[in-house]
Design a protein around this ligand. Structure first.
Ligand code: NAI
Ligand code: MG
Length: 395
């Protein structure tokens, strides 16, 4: 049966790159129906809701979403831009992509960071004989997307009941006399089920794509309870995957090893905040925002999106200068999810050829400042990059 893909372009360059990804999917012979869904700043301004119910209904029905990017602005700025007829009616802005992750409990976030040979943005380091070496990175970060330090359970001036409860812990002694208004608490909450799901998903992915190691990147020597729970689940599940080595790293040491030996790591699993940090770190090694793709996967619904935002300053440039590769790679993750792995591989191989040939490059790949001038300096347009990729996609 042909799947129906809910396309949510959103704002800014989300509107530019999403249609490019659809062109590549079609070129690879992926058969699907596409249904457009509204999301983003425009709908906040006009309707007081950046995530219309219709969009939620479409995703509930069709289960698969392809998302561009949205613009988010601080609370007061959001209120200022709200349609005058809606002002003072209690509308509060919230990020619709965060809203989607919460609504559909998209607890598994996957962020692959693989360097393409010949990408001028690849990380290089000095070797032992004063030359340079370019380690090829192929790490896939599994970030727990709904719990942990980003659960949002925090207080400044915590209510008495909370404070009393905290005071049951012997380590609260040193905060006993701090006045409430001078005390802020954030909590790192993790459930066994969520740890189990992220670890199992990571092992299954490692197994499916032939990775030989899985690293739990946490801080169990300090965060004994929460990181400890994650490790406990990892050790249990590892017994089902005897051919995949289980490694443990601390998040701080992992960031040091990022430049020392990033090529050694395969699948990495972390809690929400640590996963945020470690995935941005690895993305920097393989070309940054123009190359960083991601998937948000729940029990029912899955949404695929580039890591980058709406880059509003490039929204109106015509032709567009931005790199569509992160969005196209996110579409490849959707293909993997739908078990169309051969088509995904075909597209990734095409991207690899274009990058290695180096004849067609977007401005970021040439380390230029973004403006219309980049075309005179030899950069290609967004559409030219897509067309070059399509040239190598095999039907
Ligand atoms: P951003 O990712 O939109 O852009 C930062 C810079 O990265 C751009 O100015 C550009 O130089 C570069 N860049 C981004 N995507 C690129 C691409 N495809 N090709 C080449 N260069 C690219 O982040 P920023 O400027 O912090 O935020 C802009 C807006 O996007 C904000 O309103 C923010 O809230 C929102 N945002 C949305 C996200 C989402 O939709 N998931 C994620 C991050 C930010
Ligand atoms: Mg981030």
């Amino acid at each position: 049966m042909k799947p129906t893909i809910v396309t949510m372009q959103g704002d800014g360059i989300g509107k530019t790159v999403l249609p490019e990804a659809v062109k590549v999917l079609e070129a690879a012979g992926f058969e699907a129906d596409y249904v457009h869904a509204d999301i983003g700043w425009k709908f906040w301004k006009k309707q007081g809701n950046p995530l219309p119910q219709k969009t939620i209904d479409l995703l509930t029905e069709h289960k698969i979403g392809l998302f561009g990017a949205i613009t988010s602005k601080p609370k007061d700025k959001a209120l200022e831009e709200l349609d005058p007829s809606l002002k003072g009616k209690g509308f509060v802005y919230f990020s619709p992509i965060v809203g989607l992750r919460q609504h559909f409990d998209l607890d598994i976030c996957i962020r692959p960071c693989k360097s393409f040979k010949g990408n001028p943005l690849n990380f290089i380091r000095r070797d032992a004989s004063d030359g340079f070496e370019e380690p090829l990175v192929n790490a896939v970060i599994f970030r727990q997307n709904t719990e942990g330090l980003y659960s949002g359970v925090e207080w400044t001036n915590p209510p008495k009941e909370v404070r009393d409860a905290f005071n049951l812990h012997p380590k609260m002694k040193k905060f006993k006399d701090v006045p409430g208004k001078d005390l802020a608490i954030s909590s790192r909450i993790m459930s066994r089920e969520a740890c189990h799901r992220i670890i199992r998903a990571a092992y299954e992915y490692a197994d499916k794509f032939g990775f030989t190691n899985l690293t739990v990147c946490e801080k169990p020597n300090v965060l004994r309870e929460t990181s400890g729970l994650m490790m406990e689940e990892a050790k249990k599940i590892s017994k089902d995957f005897p051919n995949i080595d289980l490694w443990e790293t601390n998040i701080d040491a992992q960031m040091m090893w990022l430049t020392k030996n990033p090529e050694d790591y395969g699948v990495i699993v972390s809690e929400n905040m640590f996963g945020d940090i470690v995935s941005d770190g690895f993305a920097g090694l393989i070309g940054g925002l123009g190359f960083a793709c991601s998937a948000n996967i729940g029990k029912e619904v899955a949404i695929f999106e580039p890591t980058h935002g709406s880059a509003p300053k490039y929204e109106t440039l015509n032709p567009s200068i931005v790199n569509p590769i992160a969005m196209i790679m996110s579409a490849c993750m959707m293909l993997d999810h739908l078990n169309e792995t051969e088509k995904a591989k075909n597209i990734r191989n095409a991207i690899a050829k274009v990058v290695e040939e180096g004849k067609v490059r977007t401005y970021d790949m040439m380390k230029l400042r973004g403006s219309q001038k980049v075309f005179e300096q030899g950069a290609c347009t967004t559409q030219e990059m897509t067309n070059e990729i399509i040239k190598y996609v095999k039907r």
